[in-house]
Each structure stands twice: as structure tokens, then as C-alpha cells.
Design a protein around this ligand. Structure first.
Ligand code: EPZ
Length: 456
């Protein structure tokens, strides 16, 4: 195992019920895409509620490499850094491929630069993509869509070169699966394409709807119809936007699962009920409780363990409005404390249950299966993917040495370590910084006994 640097390790002394307040800001799965959208505009854009996470820093670097000026608003009176970004695309220019490559392997966002760069510069270079190792994660839907608009895709040893010999034309696209990324690709390309684009079997996640709101503010014409159909009438020019990003429903659910698994009580400031209905139902069915406060400007949701026995459940992840796959891993940790047999059927990613090995080393009892358990047959059934799990609980967890494989598994390991007796050493916490702002300070504020580095 590669030796981690002190700043990449967190020592967690478990056994404390977390309680208090944390703040969540804009959605990690919307903010970087809104930043990319600014490239499409002939005018300055202002984005509010931007979290300090490394995915934002990666996109800032890529935008600056393409000549976009990205600045943060003035710090607050308390010296708090502003959560506002000002994006000015006045002098967009071709970035050198090396400058783009510098960001290779760090995230999947670079693929979404295609549409805006093709419209602005007629050329886009996409380095090898990164992102969480939770499945094969191909981009075939993205490339097929770009070709349908008239783009030319050339595979190069160092990445993909995409060019638009002429203005891109509106077209008909049916996605084989309601992919979030491919839907965003089509939106960010169709808005300035000539004519009408009809996208069917589209993703409709709240982050997609919020991106549509951003594009509409820029001057785009986009309508969402029943049955996952989105129609876009291309326009000749777009302006800038001023937008407040929707709150991060994925981070919110992670803190809720931390309250449940540690027997605690956490108020998540900035959280909104609207995008979390499915999660809130599951949270209550397991044995948690919550209270929504819709105070305008300062909404919040308080999550707590109701004190009774937690109940085992059969859960199946799905595209929105189903149970988000990004809620699955924190819920699995909470379900190790539920009484009875829980079943998880992961239908969005074929390799998102591998993280349970480490939980079993902590004392959990989780068995993985290739079959589609507890729900309808999915794309991964009959294939060689361990994409279902049976969790028998409750089991006492104890501390362990943990290495983080991906973002959500990372935060789930923190929850398990906090719910466990004894001390855990968690390696690779920089992965968590990709999507959770300031989480170490938030954990300490909730009473967690954690310290950076390998501890005393
Ligand atoms: C987005 O990823 C999110 N990431 C993911 O969140 C989230 O899990 C996912 O949507 C599903 O909701 C960001 O927004 C940055 P997809 P994305 O395209 O766009 C297959 C987190 O933890 N597919 O909807 O990459 C793919 O392999 C992250 O916050 C193709 O086969 O997801 C997967 O099985 C993890 N070909 C399924 O579709 C394609 O061209 C869903 O992927 C594209 C996708």
C-alpha cells in the first residue's frame, strides 16, 4: 500500500453520537456543469452557493486554460471566503493540449467542455477521463450524440480530438440509458446548434433541471416533456447568467446517514426537501426521523435517530426519481446497524459494492451476489457483476485501517469509523474533498473525535 501523506490520512476515534449543525452548499453534480455553461455565453456569469471542493478547482483550472477569467466574490465581513464565482468568457482561446492534459485523470467533467468549445472554437481536446472507479463508465453515448450533431471525433493516443467542420445542427437523439452526463452533453451542445434537437430517454435529475434553468437564463429555449423527452430550439447567441445553485442532496443524505449510524442528531443548513423525497421516505422507514424547516433563505432539515430499533429494508437504486446510487453507500453503513436482513440492488453502476469488503473487516456481515436481488432485472443481471448485497444486522463495528476507493465510499468509511468502537485510520481522504466541503471541521463541530495524520 502506497504510504499516505499526513494530510491524506484521518484518524477517527469512534463511539460518539454526532450532534449539532452543518451547512451544505451547491450541488457538486451541478456547480461544475454551470461553470462549463458560462463558456457558451457572451457575457459575464455569476454563480452563487459554490462549495470549496476540488472538483470546482479542477474546472476553474480548465476554464482558465481556455482564457476564461474565474474570480471569487469578496470575502464576508467575518472573513469567510465568498461562495460566489464570477466567470468572464470574454477572451476564450484555444488551450494547449498539454494544459488540458494537466487535468487528465482527475474528473469526468472535461468531456462536457465539448459542446461549448466546438461552438466557440470549432475544436475540443478531451484527455483521458478520471472520476470514481465504480464501473467501466464509458462515454459512448456522449460521442454518439456529438457525431449526431455533425461533430467529427478522432481518437488520439493522448485523448480525443473533436472538431466541427461546420455549425452543429439540431438532431434527434435517443439515449440507450438515461445518462446524466450524456443528457448534459446534449443540452450544452444543442442550445447553440442550428435548429431543433429532441432528446428522448433523457435523465431528469434535479441537477439536470437546474442546469436547464441556468441555460434558460442565458437565453436558451429548452422544454421538458413527459416520458423523459427534452426539446431544445437552438439560438444564435447566449448571454451570461446569475444563478444560485441547488443544495447538494447527496452531501445532505450523507450527514443524515451519519446521524442515524452514530445515534446522533444533525441539522443540515441549506438542505431542501424537494429533491430528497425518495431519500426521506427511506430514512423514515429505516427508523430515522427528520424535520423540515422551510425558512426562506435559510432552509434546513434536521435528521436524528428515533431511538428505537432500526429496521432492515430492501432497496434498489435507480435514475431519478428513484433512489440515487450516490445515496447507496452511506445507507449501506447505516443498514449494518438495522435489525434483520437488508437487500441492496445497485442498478446504475456495476462495481459500486466493492467497498463492503472493508466494512466486513470492521465486523459487518455483507454478502455480495451477481443476481438482481430484491427488485426488477437490470442491465447487469446475468453478467459477471457483484451488484447486489445482503446485509445482516445489527453488527458491532470495530476500528480498522481503511483505504478510500471512491468519493461516496470514502465518506461512508468515515461514518462506519465513527459508529465503530476503537480507532480507525482512513487513508486517501483527498478523494472526499472532491465532493465534501470542509468535512474535517464539520465532523469536529459535531463532536467527532478525529485528527489529521496518523494520530498519536
Ligand atoms: C453523474 O455521473 C454523477 N457525476 C454521478 O455522481 C452519479 O452517480 C451519476 O451521474 C448517476 O446519477 C457527476 O455529475 C459529476 P451517468 P455520470 O452518465 O454522468 C452508463 C458522485 O458520487 N453510461 O448517468 O458519469 C454508465 O456507465 C458521482 O457524486 C454509458 O454506458 O453518470 C453508468 O452505468 C458518482 N455510456 C450509467 O450509464 C455513456 O456514454 C449512468 O452514468 C454514459 C453513461
Amino acid at each position: 500500500m502506497e504510504l499516505s501523506t499526513a494530510s491524506d490520512v484521518l484518524t477517527v476515534h469512534g463511539g460518539t453520537a454526532l450532534s449539532g449543525e452543518v451547512r451544505v452548499r451547491g450541488a457538486k453534480n451541478l456547480v461544475p456543469k454551470a461553470m462549463v455553461a458560462a463558456l457558451l455565453g457572451h457575457g459575464t456569469s455569476v454563480l452563487h452557493n459554490v462549495p470549496q471542493i476540488s472538483d470546482v478547482r479542477i474546472v476553474t483550472g480548465l476554464l482558465e486554460a481556455h482564457g476564461v477569467s474565474v474570480t471569487r466574490g469578496a470575502p464576508g465581513a467575518d472573513g469567510e471566503p465568498s461562495d460566489t464565482l464570477i466567470l468572464d468568457p470574454a477572451s476564450v482561446e484555444q488551450a494547449s493540449d498539454t494544459a488540458v492534459e494537466a487535468h487528465a485523470g482527475t474528473s469526468r467533467i472535461p468531456v462536457l467542455f465539448c459542446g461549448p468549445l466546438l461552438h466557440r472554437l470549432g475544436r475540443a481536446f478531451i484527455p483521458d477521463l478520471g472520476g470514481c472507479k465504480i464501473g467501466d463508465r464509458p462515454i459512448d453515448f456522449h460521442l454518439d450524440a456529438l457525431r449526431a450533431f455533425g461533430a467529427v471525433v478522432e481518437k488520439r493516443p493522448e485523448g480525443l480530438l473533436i472538431s466541427a467542420p461546420e455549425r452543429l445542427r439540431g438532431t434527434q437523439i435517443r439515449l440507450p440509458y438515461p445518462s446524466v452526463g450524456a443528457t448534459e452533453q446534449v443540452l450544452l451542445t444543442a442550445v447553440l446548434a442550428e435548429g431543433v434537437t429532441e432528446l428522448s430517454n433523457a435523465a431528469t435529475e434535479p441537477e439536470i433541471v437546474d442546469l436547464i434553468a441556468v441555460l434558460q437564463k442565458m437565453g436558451a429555449i429548452i422544454s421538458v416533456h413527459n416520458g423523459r423527452v427534452i426539446r431544445i430550439i437552438g439560438v444564435d447567441q447566449l448571454g451570461g447568467f446569475t444563478h444560485r445553485a441547488i443544495p447538494d442532496r447527496l452531501e445532505t443524505a450523507s450527514w443524515a446517514c451519519a446521524a442515524l449510524a452514530t445515534g446522533g442528531d444533525i441539522r443540515v443548513i441549506g438542505a431542501a426537501q424537494g429533491e430528497m423525497m425518495t431519500f426521506l421516505n427511506v430514512f423514515r422507514r429505516i427508523g430515522g426521523d427528520f424535520e423540515v424547516d422551510d425558512t426562506p433563505g435559510e432552509p434546513s432539515i434536521r435528521f436524528w435517530h428515533s431511538g428505537g430499533q432500526m429496521r432492515a429494508l430492501a432497496l434498489e437504486t435507480d435514475v431519478y426519481p428513484g433512489l440515487s446510487t450516490d445515496w447507496q453507500q452511506p445507507l449501506v453503513v447505516a443498514l449494518t446497524q438495522a435489525h434483520g436482513l437488508s437487500i441492496i440492488h445497485e442498478t446504475v453502476y456495476e462495481q459500486r459494492l466493492g467497498f463492503t469488503d472493508a466494512l466486513n473487516r470492521m465486523g459487518a456481515q455483507i454478502q455480495l451476489y451477481r443476481e438482481c436481488l430484491g427488485g426488477s432485472a437490470c442491465r447487469f443481471g446475468q453478467r459477471n457483476f457483484m451488484h447486489s448485497a445482503v446485509i445482516s444486522g445489527p453488527t458491532k463495528l470495530h476500528g480498522a485501517e481503511l483505504t478510500i476507493p471512491d468519493l461516496r465510499a470514502g465518506f461512508s468509511y468515515l461514518i462506519a469509523a465513527l459508529a465503530a468502537q476503537g480507532t480507525s485510520t482512513v487513508h486517501g481522504i483527498s478523494l472526499i474533498r472532491r465532493g465534501y466541503e470542509d468535512f474535517e471541521a464539520k465532523l469536529s463541530a459535531l463532536g467527532a473525535d478525529v485528527e489529521l495524520g496518523l494520530g498519536a
